[in-house]
Every structure is written in C-alpha cells, then in structure tokens.
Design a binder for this molecule. Structure first.
Ligand SMILES: [Zn+2]
Length: 305
C-alpha cells in the first residue's frame, strides 16, 4: 500500500511517502507558526502526495486524541481543538489517522526499528521539547489518552518557565532550547571562550553546538554533557516507574546520538536504586532517525485503513 506520513514538531515538519514500509519520497521544511498547524499538515502532505496514496497518517507534537483525530493542544504548536482528521480526509479523500508524534515514532520503531522484538519499551523524543510513548506487552499504552508527556514532569519548583506555562519542567533542563540557552549565555557573557570563536549567537542551534562538541571543542562538550546528564536524570525516574527492557531515544536532537545519549546513559546507570545488583535497560538511539515519527504515522494509518 502507498501511504503518506507527516510529523509536525515545534519548528520543523517532515513528510514521507511509503511503499509498504519503504520510504520512497521525503520532504522537510520549517513551520510557519503564523499560518497555523493545519496549514503545516496540508502543505507537508502535498509535498509528497501522488494519486496512488491510500492512507495518510499525521503525528503532531502535542495532546492528540486519536479516537477522533483532534489536536487538543500542544505547547510548541499553534491552535487548540483542531479537528485534523476531518480537515485532511475531506481535502484528500483517503482514510486519515492522527496521533501524538511520539506514539507514531514508537510504533515505527516497534515494527521496523530499534524496538523490534521487545515487549516493554519506553520511547523518548528529544527535540524542541521532550515527549514520549509507553509500550507495554507490545502495545502502545495511552492511559486516558495522553500518556507519556513526561517532558512536563516538574523537576525544579522554582525553575525556568516552560512553554507549557508551568515552571521547572524536565524539558526546560534537557532539550534543544535548554542547550541553545546554555550556549547563548556562554558566548554572550564570555567572548573569549573557544565556543565564541567558532559560533556567534545567531549561529547557535542544538545541531551546531553538538557539531562543535563532536569536533572537539571542550566548552561545547561541557554544555552538551550538562544537558545529557539532565536528560539521564529524568530517564532514571522513568526506569523507576516502568522498568522497561529498552529505552529508545528519538527526536531531532536525540537522533544525533552518543554526544547526548552517552552522558545520559552514565547518569542513568549511577542513579538507579539497587545499584550494581540490577542491570539498567539498554538505551539506544532510534534506528529510523528523525523520520521515525512520519514513518510511524503512515504505518498507523495503514493499520487503521
Ligand atoms: Zn512544561
């Protein structure tokens, strides 16, 4: 079956067209927030559409009700209570499935990615924020509908203001914007730092700071390690609750791999109660990379269709 999947994040939209489980076309672009979430969804789909498409899946970074395909709200995406499924199915006239982006990515990793063959898995997305999905006994666990939103677990009551409106959420310490904030503070307050010689403030992004760290800049590496450690601290909390066999890390920043995941894994191992008497779960980078969400949305739509 030919299907289309799109993944709408806080800053980027990714669309894929699949033939079966193979990606045959792909398109990535920046989101125009003023045009709204539905505009991003429709433009993404059109960028990879062809007449043979029989199902469309949409993953969105926010609280999504898959039962009626509504985006209720998301801290990083514009709009509330948008009936995405009706709007997209009326426009393209094929079955449409809408879900949270992390659920979609987890579904892809379970079926054709790093989590194949595992029954109890946590999928954690690291990008503009932190999202997640819970797999129990091989099935996505949804709770009342919105399970896995652990980026908004408060880790510091007096911490920084989060995009969700609360303070001190985990994602304020361990996400792309957290890394950008640390790097911007450093290069603006210490112009003699080695990072300030590589990047000026306007060039700072999660990707450029990680690239500087990977190229050997020690100040960049210290910042990436700091964010990775905060990320690992949160993972330890999740392991205390779920004790998964495997944790898969996805999202735009998580997909870059070991620079952030390495420090997180070390903190996780140290922070687990029971110490050396237990084996910490494996922590792996998503094997489908940043396209996991879009691929999973398409696979979910095919399954539903
Ligand atoms: Zn929050």
């Amino acid at each position: 079956m030919i299907s289309v999947g799109v993944d709408i994040g806080g800053t980027k939209a990714l669309a894929v067209r699949l033939d079966g489980t193979q990606v045959v076309d792909e398109s990535l672009f920046s989101i125009d927030r003023t045009a709204g979430t539905l505009d991003a969804v429709i433009r993404s789909i059109e960028s990879v559409l062809e007449p043979a498409v029989e199902a469309i899946g949409v993953g969105i970074a926010g609280l999504v009700r898959p039962t009626d395909g509504t985006l209720v709200w998301g801290p990083h995406v514009p709009g509330t209570n948008i009936d995405v499924r009706s709007a997209v199915s009326e426009r393209f006239n094929v079955p449409v499935y809408v879900d949270n982006d992390a659920n979609a990515a987890a579904f892809a990793e379970m079926n054709i990615g790093a989590a194949t063959g595992y029954a109890n898995v946590l999928f954690v997305t690291l990008g503009t924020g932190i999202g997640g999905a819970v797999v129990i006994d091989g099935e996505l666990y949804r709770g009342g509908g919105f399970a896995g939103e652990w980026g908004h677990v408060q880790v510091d009551r007096d911490g920084l203001l989060c995009d969700c409106g609360k303070r001190g959420c985990w994602e304020t310490r361990a996400s792309g914007p957290a890394l950008i904030r640390l790097a911007t503070d450093l290069v603006t307050t210490n112009q003699h730092s080695s990072l300030a010689r590589i990047l000026d403030a306007s060039e700072i992004s999660g990707e450029t700071v990680i690239a500087a760290a990977d190229a050997g800049d020690e100040t960049a590496r210290a910042l990436v390690t700091e964010v990775g450690r905060s990320f690992g601290q949160g993972l330890a909390g999740l392991v205390a609750i779920f004790d998964p066999e495997l944790i898969v890390i996805g999202g735009g920043l998580g997909s870059v791999g070991e620079s952030i995941v390495g420090p997180a894994r070390r903190v996780l191992t140290d922070a687990l109660h029971g110490g050396r008497l237990r084996v910490p779960p494996a922590v792996q980078v998503a094997s489908l990379g940043p396209s996991a969400g879009a691929v999973g949305a398409a696979l979910l739509a095919v399954e539903e269709a």
